[in-house]
Ligand binder design. Structure first.
Ligand code: SAH
Ligand code: SF4
Ligand code: F3S
Length: 511
């Protein structure tokens, strides 16, 4: 080969390579599988705010004559994502249905937090298969946190080939494109971005109900607790701008909503990512406090970022309720250390002390993991003693579940499953006992209840929640639904209160 030929051949090779690259990029829209390795990255790249979400005209009639069904697993964040996807479906002309049998599109919005959450989804996929075989036009999609995991996508590719589309938590706004691709393509459409994430504003939403609403204040998590998959499935911490949040809450108030729950995996990190201003959760709450809406809550708090200013603002009460969900995970400083929670038992107790001084009637609830790798009996006992010492009123309790890709999953574990189960049982006994005790204090008291509707078990009875999030069942007129009423508590159970509505809503001291 002479020099000219060599150069020419090089040119051809590089041109072919270029073509190949373009070709693969063309397919990126259809096939972008997840990567936990990429999802772990936390670059300095600025967060982009996209305020101009709009559905391309070409998609607007896609849903005509079609119905959608979304099944949601996991946390409030996922529930709220479902509301956004429902909003997009409706803008595309789809109608909602509450039965898979009448649906043209079925979406499973999944959760990856523990193994049993994932098993439920795989079980459901098994149930959906016959439906797809019967109706090949049916579109079945998997989205949410499980989609962000390579192992899940691979398992679906191998064992559940009837699935038409998989998309991730960063791709929700791309639902119209993904759906359109799924209708056209014979292959499974996979679009899971593992990027650190942007903030997309102005997404449509169809909220469930018109009494309580969820409002995202931030996305993602940078805490990387060693057991947790969320920082990988939800990307880096990024806060919505306060003006967007305030405007959304104002609009909800104007539409008659009575209660707002601000959402984030770690709401106390709100604003840390703003590089143009010092503005944190306390500042946001102080502004939201002035909006004419009866109740504002937030979830979930991380003890590490819970600052004094926030406590000061919460103590002003008004529409800021006196209930704080404050996950502690363990009462042992050694376990907290290997969980990378970045606080000790003593620091947690100090935070609780400060909160109680500022808000003496505060109600605290928590999340606890038992059976973390190598947790000793003594360390578990520290969790039991901490629970009592804080006086938590309720808790979500879990047995540690190893999650692929997290540091804890690589730790050797010498705690047998029977021991973990026995610990959970003991903790749950204590949780029940403390809840019963907290509920008993309400007997004979008058509480303010936001009436949500008929009780699940008895349509003759109404049900709603107090400011401290206690479920109250009581007899009252249906006209009370959606309103705040006063209820006198007659009896208490472990998790619920029974009462009678006070007819005249005269001002009374409430608990
Ligand atoms: N962002 C929140 C919690 C999100 S997940 C926080 O930090 O508090 C909800 C709860 O699930 C956690 O608080 C924890 O108690 C539990 N959890 C998370 N990962 C888990 C795992 N691998 N095994 C068992 N429980 C887990
Ligand atoms: Fe998970 Fe920890 Fe982040 Fe909560 S703070 S979502 S437990 S990594
Ligand atoms: Fe589950 Fe994802 Fe929420 S893992 S708990 S749905 S953030």
């Amino acid at each position: 080969m002479n020099e000219k030929q060599r150069l020419e051949s090089q040119q051809i090779t590089s041109e072919t390579a270029k073509k190949e690259k373009d070709y693969s990029q063309y397919f990126q829209a259809v096939y972008t599988p997840p990567s936990l390795k990429d999802a772990k990255k936390r670059g300095k790249e600025e967060i982009k705010y996209h305020k101009d979400f709009e559905i391309d005209e070409q998609f607007l009639n896609m849903g005509k004559g079609r119905k959608f069904y979304i099944r949601t697993y996991g946390c409030q964040m996922n529930e709220h994502d479902t509301e956004v996807m429902a909003g997009i479906f409706m803008e595309l002309g789809y109608e909602p249905t509450d039965s898979v049998d009448t649906a043209d599109v079925i979406l499973l919005n999944t959760c990856a937090i523990r193994e049993n959450a994932e098993n439920k989804v795989f079980g459901e996929l098994g149930h959906l298969k016959p439906l797809k075989l019967e109706r090949p036009d049916l579109v079945i999609g998997v989205c949410g946190c499980m989609s962000q995991e390579e192992s899940v996508v691979n398992r679906i590719l191998e064992k559940h080939q009837f699935v038409d589309m998989i998309f991730g938590t960063h791709n929700i706004h791309r639902l119209p494109q993904i759906l359109s691709e799924a209708y056209m393509s014979k292959e499974m459409v996979i679009e899971v971005w593992s990027k650190e994430g942007d903030v997309i504003e102005n997404l449509p939403k169809i909220r469930r109900g018109n009494i309580k609403a969820w409002v995202n204040i931030m996305y993602g998590c940078d805490k990387f607790c060693t057991y947790c998959i969320v920082p990988y499935t939800r990307g880096k911490e990024r806060s919505r701008r306060p003006e967007d949040i305030i405007q959304e809450v104002r609009q909800l108030a104007a539409h008659g909503y009575q209660e707002i729950t601000l959402l984030g995996q770690n709401v106390n990190a709100y604003g840390k990512d703003f590089d143009d201003m010092e503005y944190r959760l306390g500042d946001l709450m102080d502004e939201l406090r002035k909006i004419d809406i009866p109740r504002i809550r937030f979830t979930t708090s991380h003890p590490r970022d819970f600052d004094d200013h926030l406590i000061e603002v919460l103590a002003k009460k008004g529409n800021l309720v006196e209930h704080i969900h404050l996950p502690v995970q363990s009462g042992s400083s050694d376990i907290l250390k290997i969980m990378a929670r970045k606080y000790t038992r003593e620091q947690f107790l100090e935070l609780v002390r400060k909160i109680k001084i500022a808000i003496p009637d505060v109600s605290l609830s928590t999340d606890i993991i038992v059976g973390f790798p190598n947790e000793t009996d003594e360390q578990f006992e520290e969790t039991i003693s901490l629970y009592r010492e804080v006086g938590f009123e309720t808790a979500y309790t879990f047995i540690y579940s190893p999650r692929d890709g997290t540091p804890a999953a690589k730790m050797k574990d010498n705690v047998p499953m029977e021991v973990k189960k026995a610990r959970l049982q003991r903790l749950n006994d204590l949780v029940n006992e403390m809840s019963r005790e907290a509920m008993r204090k309400y007997e004979g008291q008058i509480v303010e209840v936001l009436v949500e509707g008929e009780s699940k078990n008895n349509p003759e009875v109404l049900a709603g929640y107090t400011r401290k999030n206690k479920l109250v069942n009581f007899k009252g007129p249906k006209s009370a639904i959606g309103k705040l009423v006063k209820v006198k508590i007659k009896a208490s159970k472990t998790w619920t209160l029974d009462g009678e509505m006070l007819e005249a809503q005269e001002p009374v001291e409430v608990m």
